[in-house]
Design a protein. Structure first.
Length: 94
């Protein structure tokens, strides 16, 4: 009996450390990745987005792997879905 409790007592700090690491690092990162994936999936024509490169553009046509975006009145480009950083929410004055 004594040997089993010694093993548990020596592993307890490691288990506590893993639990802290999980709740402070892993879980929030998973929630953020899920929210970003949902945002990318919900993009539609007319939404304004910011790319990872810092370009502000308007969605023209969401496709399976790419999103066609309009940079200005004349320029339409394809951007990979992974490079969309965030969606710009419309403010009240627009």
């Amino acid at each position: 009996m004594q040997g089993g409790s010694d093993i548990f007592a020596s592993l307890l700090p490691l288990i506590v450390l893993f639990a802290i690491f999980y709740f402070l690092v892993i879980r929030p990162q998973q929630k953020q990745a899920k929210a970003h994936k949902e945002m990318i999936g919900a993009l539609k024509k007319g939404d304004k987005v910011i790319t990872n490169g810092g370009l502000i553009c308007e969605v023209v046509k969401p496709e399976e792997d790419f999103i066609k975006v309009k940079l200005n009145d004349d320029t339409v480009v394809k951007v990979s879905r992974e490079y969309i950083a965030k969606k710009i929410e419309k403010s009240a004055d627009e």
